[in-house]
Design a protein around this ligand. Structure first.
Ligand SMILES: CC(C)=CCC/C(C)=C/CC/C(C)=C/C=C/C(C)=C/C=C/C=C(C)/C=C/C=C(C)/C=C/C=C(C)/C=C/CC(C)(C)O
Ligand code: SAM
Length: 376
């Protein structure tokens, strides 16, 4: 059999030679058949085959989830198990289509099949109910999947993406007021997955005033306000987003937040705070703009003031695919930024004049890791 692998140089480093030897073996169909049958290797072989199948099928699984979200299947089952026929009537699907969807959702552990053709929520379906923003993310993935239909063209920068319309500032259109509502709402809803974890990770009560740069509609400062009634609060975001924040905070009766509109690219954020937060802001931007945001934070703080950065980071153990695969390609489609590794962020922070950079353990680092630093 001819090999797709060129000969290995005998002077290559030992690690390369080991990897090449191993990959030749794994790519050999005879080894594959042997490994699938041998009691020594079959567990690993099945796991690898399943992992590769799941990569092939990922889009199909996602679209089954989208069908469940659009048909409000999880909400329909919130009160308890229902029979397949009852579900067909509630979902407005034929009996066949209902059975197909229910079986698929049960196979994906969203639902649990019960005896007598009844279905209940399983852990993943119940978790969808508990985290309402996940459904909103699933819906907005329609844009991302459209942009990903030709991933090579996307990598080559040959596509005009829908996601860059959704996030206008990523494409240099900071002033696009019409488009900021949709992303601001999505971000505000998904703070539920972030804010409490950040508040648990750091003792904000050692500070007098907090400024949230890129604070969106104020969902994070509202969570801070609830936990730390004595902290003075400021929010800075692009003018149309700041206007939305003013309205949203006033609607909650939160008049103690001082909201400022401007771009950190050309407007210095207000001073007076001794801690600045950048929550899910830096990863949106390429290094030059991320540095501008950090320099704006630096300027707003007194010497010794603190900077807290919270966002998904690329090298989070157990969540590598979320950082490098999901956010890597998401941000590519969006038009700027990348999920940085902790040491890459550390370097940016140092360049902007921060020191004492520490990683803080957080409850669910897969959604956001937390770094704290001190302004020199
Ligand atoms: C009761 C008995 C006997 C046993 C119980 C067993 C048990 C312990 C079960 C566990 C149940 C449990 C607590 C489950 C919890 C599940 C949770 C919290 C699930 C959360 C899921 C969250 C998901 C899937 C989040 C998805 C987030 C996405 C897709 C985020 C996308 C973010 C984007 C696009 C951000 C864009 C912003 C930008 C532009 C990058 O800046
Ligand atoms: C991904 S959102 C995160 C919002 C919020 N921090 C959160 O976690 O929900 C990024 C925020 O940065 C804001 N932003 C982007 N470019 C900005 C700029 N040049 N100056 C100020 N804010 C900016 C956006 O308007 C948006 O609200």
């Amino acid at each position: 059999m001819s090999s797709v692998f060129p000969p290995v140089s005998s002077v290559a480093p030992w690690r390369d030679r080991w990897i090449n030897w191993r990959n030749r073996l794994v790519a050999n169909p005879r080894f594959q058949r042997w490994a699938a049958a041998s009691p020594l290797t079959r567990v690993v072989a099945r796991r690898r085959a399943k992992a590769l199948f799941d990569l092939c099928a990922g889009f199909v699984y996602s679209q089954i989830l989208l069908a469940c979200v659009r048909l409000k299947l999880f909400e329909t089952l919130a009160a308890g198990p229902l029979h397949q026929a009852q579900l067909a009537a509630r979902l407005g699907l034929s009996p066949d289509a209902t059975q197909r969807l229910l079986r698929a959702a049960a196979a994906l552990k969203l639902l649990r099949a019960l005896p007598g053709d009844r279905y209940a929520l399983d852990d993943l379906g119940a978790s969808m109910l508990a985290n309402a923003s996940v459904g909103a993310f699933v819906e907005h993935h329609a844009l991302l999947y459209d942009d990903l239909r030709d991933p090579v063209a996307l990598l080559r920068g040959e596509m005009h993406t829908r996601l860059s319309q959704f996030w206008p500032y990523a494409a240099g259109r900071e002033g696009d007021a019409a488009a900021c509502g949709a992303y601001s709402e999505l971000m505000a809803r998904s703070q539920q997955l972030i804010a409490e974890d950040v508040l648990d990770a750091y003792a904000f009560d050692r500070h007098k005033g907090l400024l949230d740069i890129g604070g969106g509609e104020g969902a994070f400062v509202a969570a801070v306000a609830a936990r730390h009634p004595a902290l003075r609060l400021q929010l800075f975001d692009l003018p149309p987003v700041a206007e939305r924040a003013r309205r949203a905070l006033a609607a909650q009766g939160l008049t103690r937040v001082d909201v400022h509109g401007g771009s950190f690219l050309d407007t210095p954020p207000p001073g007076g705070a001794d801690i600045v937060t950048l929550i899910r802001v830096l990863h949106d931007h390429d290094d030059a703009t991320a540095l501008a945001a950090l320099r704006a934070a630096h300027m707003a703080l007194p010497p010794g003031g603190a900077l807290l950065v919270a966002e998904p980071m690329a090298d989070t153990p157990g969540a590598e695919a979320i950082g490098d695969a999901y956010f890597g390609f998401y941000l590519l489609a969006m038009g700027s930024g990348r999920a940085r590794r902790r040491d890459e962020l550390t370097q940016l922070l140092q360049t902007a004049g921060f020191a004492g950079i520490q990683h803080l353990p957080s409850t669910r680092p897969i959604f956001s890791s937390v770094l704290i630093a001190r302004r020199v």
